[in-house]
Design a protein around this ligand. Structure first.
Ligand SMILES: [Zn+2]
Length: 427
């Protein structure tokens, strides 16, 4: 028999914390299993109480592993063991609570630290409780470093001073922009660059269509991807597209240039056999149509997700019914606009069409509320136009005009879109 040196309570706690109160053999967690601190190299073989030789294991893994036999089967002995186990379990729950508390203290410390950092930028003002809640929410999703970077960027860009005094209104702007900056900074580099280019265009041109702009850029990237790796792509975006965006006078110039470049690049692949070029109607490959539709569906999907999220606030909202109804309605819309239009519908007409269609759409009822809902009234009043706007955009994602393309392209796109809807929306 080797004499064991008892492992102190403090050391046990350290080992449990390190191993996150989880048995390192089977993954069982306290308080579902009773935990032991076990020697990796057994004491009998000279193993010590060094931290590195200690590991968290549950009672059953430990007893299976060791030579110890629970041979005594007398009732009294069994009861004694059960009591010990109970005491052990109780002690472990206490330890675990202590650990959880220290973790949440740690999280609070970081929230306070970041809030202090923000306060240092907006002194003599400081964040209120809601501001701190935003900080805590960012921390759930993003790394501290990214948040601090975004604060710096937003401060530099949006905080304004007058005679050495901070402009109160700019504080709100500064704070509201931080979340968006973190999101953009967390995107992959190419998406970041695209967001930056769109930001420039949005601020610069008196007219800017974000959705179309995104599609035009995405088509450009897709063409270029056939020839460039990521590094070259980034370089191209920086040296060509960004520069052109800064130089372009307006939306149409920007759009024409980029669409021209896109079709030039697509010509890189095809052999220039038909120099004829007499037809004005653009030719699209099935692949191009597919990428167009898949981009639209992607936009559509995340807008639907946003809508679902908002929906949970409305008292009458039922998620499953909503999904099914919306899907049905979108498919109906796709088929309808294919049947009724003869290919020459203008953008504004389509907008109107979607607007009037939505008035009768069943989905709207899920975003209704009773005016007696006094507590929710303000919130819902603000949210209603947003949900309507989102709904419109969701429908617009599957609107395919055919003035620039052949009718058959439109048919293919509608068919593809229906396929996507069947696959995605009802999940
Ligand atoms: Zn175990």
């Amino acid at each position: 028999m080797t004499q064991r040196e008892a492992i102190s309570k403090k050391l046990r706690f350290e080992i449990f914390k390190r191993d996150k109160f989880t048995c390192q053999y089977c993954g069982g967690k306290a308080p579902d299993v009773v935990l032991n601190v076990d020697h990796i190299e057994p004491v009998a073989h000279g193993g010590s109480n060094e931290v590195l030789n200690l590991i968290t294991s549950c009672f059953s893994c430990n007893s299976g592993k060791s030579d110890r036999k629970l041979s005594d089967s007398s009732v009294v002995e069994k009861q004694r063991k059960q009591l010990e186990l109970l005491a052990e379990r109780r002690e472990q729950i206490e330890l675990m609570l202590e650990w959880k508390k220290s973790l949440s203290n740690f999280e609070n410390d970081i929230v306070n630290m970041i809030s202090d950092y923000i306060n240092s930028k907006i002194a003599p003002r400081s964040l209120n409780v809601n501001g701190k809640i935003s900080v805590a929410n960012w921390l759930k999703k993003y790394e501290t470093e990214k948040i601090l970077d975004a604060i710096d960027i937003s401060a530099k860009q949006y905080l304004k001073y007058e005679n050495g005094e901070i402009d109160i209104e700019s504080i709100e702007m500064f704070f509201n922009k931080i979340g968006g900056i973190i999101v953009v900074k967390s995107l992959p580099p190419i998406k970041q660059k695209l967001a930056f280019i769109k930001g420039i265009a949005r601020n610069k041109f008196s007219y800017w269509d974000d959705k179309k702009g995104s599609i035009i850029l995405s088509n450009y990237i897709k063409q270029l991807e056939n020839h460039y790796d990521e590094e070259n792509l980034l370089e191209d975006l920086e040296n060509e597209v960004l520069k052109m965006t800064k130089d372009a006078k307006n939306w149409s110039e920007w759009r024409n240039t980029l669409e021209n470049w896109t079709s030039q690049i697509s010509a890189w692949q095809t052999k220039p056999e038909t120099v004829d070029g007499s037809t004005n109607l653009k030719e699209y490959s099935l692949e191009q149509l597919e990428s167009f539709v898949s981009y639209n569906s992607f936009e559509q999907e995340y807008k639907i997700k946003a809508l679902e999220h908002i929906g949970t606030i409305f008292p009458k909202f039922e998620l499953d019914t909503f999904r099914v109804t919306l899907k049905k309605d979108l498919i109906l819309f796709l088929k309808l606009h294919n049947d009724t239009e003869n290919g020459e519908t203008e953008y504004d007409e389509a907008k109107e069409y979607i607007g009037s269609h939505l008035q009768f759409a069943e989905v709207k009822k899920y975003f209704d509320f009773d005016e007696e809902d006094v507590n929710l009234f303000g919130t819902l009043l603000v949210l209603e136009p947003i949900t309507n706007q989102l709904l419109k955009e969701i429908f617009f994602c599957c609107y395919y005009p055919s003035n620039n393309a052949k009718k058959e392209y439109k048919d293919i796109m509608i068919e593809l879109n229906i396929k996507y809807l069947e696959k995605n929306v009802s999940r």
